[in-house]
Design a protein around this ligand. Structure first.
Ligand SMILES: [Fe+2]
Ligand SMILES: [Fe+2]
Length: 205
């Protein structure tokens, strides 16, 4: 019997790949939304996307990548993990740059756009190359999924942000579903913007 790990997520445990793919869809939707948003909205979307990507990168680096390295014996396969780690480092540089910018700064939009393109490329490699290899490897993906979820929710709690899972797990959101998810996302961001605005003002000059 599979070990049942307590999780703060109310849904039944998903396997590691389903959870990470869901994270990918969430940030992709936010990058799409950023394109057509006004300046104020762009600021909160960028803040949200940076927070979610930071958490996603951290759970992959703490749990997924080390265990993938161990399970993938082929040198070429473990090279995929090394590449992914290097890509994370570059994405984090861009995230730090965005977090240090104000939305009216020159290059703010362009930097978020470049991060979006960068993430898109990284996600394509993870989903197209790494994840299929993990499915064939000796890894308990259900157990890993529970541990990823626990760590993810703990990190979200630590930085004080709420879960936002707009897209259904198996299917891209329909236009209608997407609009409803967008409205929920805007509500969640408006709340977090109100609470974080004063603190970010205090640190920005
Ligand atoms: Fe990922
Ligand atoms: Fe990654």
């Amino acid at each position: 019997m599979a070990r049942s790990t307590p999780s703060r997520a109310s849904d039944s445990p998903r396997d590691a790949i389903a959870l990470l793919k869901q994270d990918h869809r969430t940030v992709e939707a936010l990058f799409d939304e950023f394109e057509s948003a006004d300046e104020e909205e762009q600021s909160s979307i960028a803040e949200r996307v940076c927070q979610l990507l930071t958490i996603h990168a951290q759970i992959e680096e703490e749990i997924l990548y080390p265990e993938a390295m161990e399970a993938l014996e082929d040198e070429e396969d473990s090279e995929l993990v090394h590449e992914a780690q290097v890509e994370h480092a570059s994405a984090k540089d861009l995230i730090a740059k965005i977090e240090g910018m104000a939305p009216e700064d020159d290059g703010f939009r362009a930097t978020v756009k470049v991060l979006g393109e960068y993430v898109k490329h990284h996600v394509k490699e993870e989903e197209g190359e790494l994840f299929p290899k993990l499915k064939k490897a000796e890894i308990d993906l259900k157990d890993m999924g529970s541990r990823l979820a626990d760590r993810k929710f703990a990190l979200m709690e630590q930085i004080g942000i709420q879960a936002e899972e707009p897209a259904p797990a198996r299917k891209r959101a329909t236009a209608k579903g997407s609009r409803a998810a967008g409205a929920r996302a805007r509500q969640a961001r408006a709340g977090s913007r109100r609470s974080s605005r004063s603190s970010s003002r205090a640190t920005r000059h």
